[in-house]
Design a protein around this ligand. Structure first.
Ligand code: NAG
Ligand code: NAG
Length: 167
């Protein structure tokens, strides 16, 4: 006859095996999800654009950010971290990336959103490279799963330009 301790141990081992199998199945079934996220960011207004005392350029803008990231959510998704960045080239750097806004989407019901906002983080160039600068706005996301690997992707929106003059 097995002792109680023995049996409890066997049950625990069995439970762990099942749990491991479920975790594997969860992250595996996740890889069959082919999401169709959509995003659009419009610049509604350049609020101001100036050279600071330390000669860095800074711009303040109002953005209209809309996205439908609900297809990123599966039953294995814990939350999705999302950020919008301005990306541009300067003579010094092939890629400058400035985060303008970010947020955490806790559930699928909140994954479709429309936000009107001024840039949450300062859009500053370390130099004075922003006049007439062409740039892209990119929506990046990091999917944090309940189990398995984190996954990141982005949508690049091209064709934005900063004003030629400070204002
Ligand atoms: C913001 O973007 C959404 C989606 O593209 C659009 O329906 C809405 O009219 C825009 N709002 C403004 C004020 O431009
Ligand atoms: C914007 O993105 C496109 C496509 O990824 C890229 O070819 C281009 O160099 C980018 N433009 C800037 C200004 O970074």
């Amino acid at each position: 006859m097995h002792s109680f301790g023995h049996r409890a141990n066997a049950v625990a081992t069995f439970a762990l095996t099942i749990l491991a199998a479920m975790c594997f199945a969860a992250s595996f079934s996740d890889s069959f999800n082919s999401p169709t996220p959509a995003a659009s960011v419009k610049i509604l207004n350049i609020n101001w654009f100036q050279k600071e005392a330390n000669a860095n350029d800074e711009v303040s803008m109002t953005l209209n950010i809309s996205a439908d990231l609900s297809s990123l959510f599966t039953w294995n998704t814990k939350q999705v971290f999302v950020f919008v960045a301005a990306e541009y080239e300067t003579p010094q750097n092939a890629l400058n990336q400035v985060s303008l806004w970010d947020g955490i989407i806790p559930a699928k019901e909140h994954a479709k959103f429309l936000i009107h906002t001024t840039n949450k983080y300062r859009f500053i160039d370390q130099g004075s490279n922003l006049k007439g600068r062409d740039f892209n706005l990119t929506m990046h996301w990091h999917i944090m799963p309940k189990t398995g690997k984190m996954f990141a992707d982005k949508i690049v929106m091209t064709g934005y330009q900063l004003p030629e003059q400070y204002r």
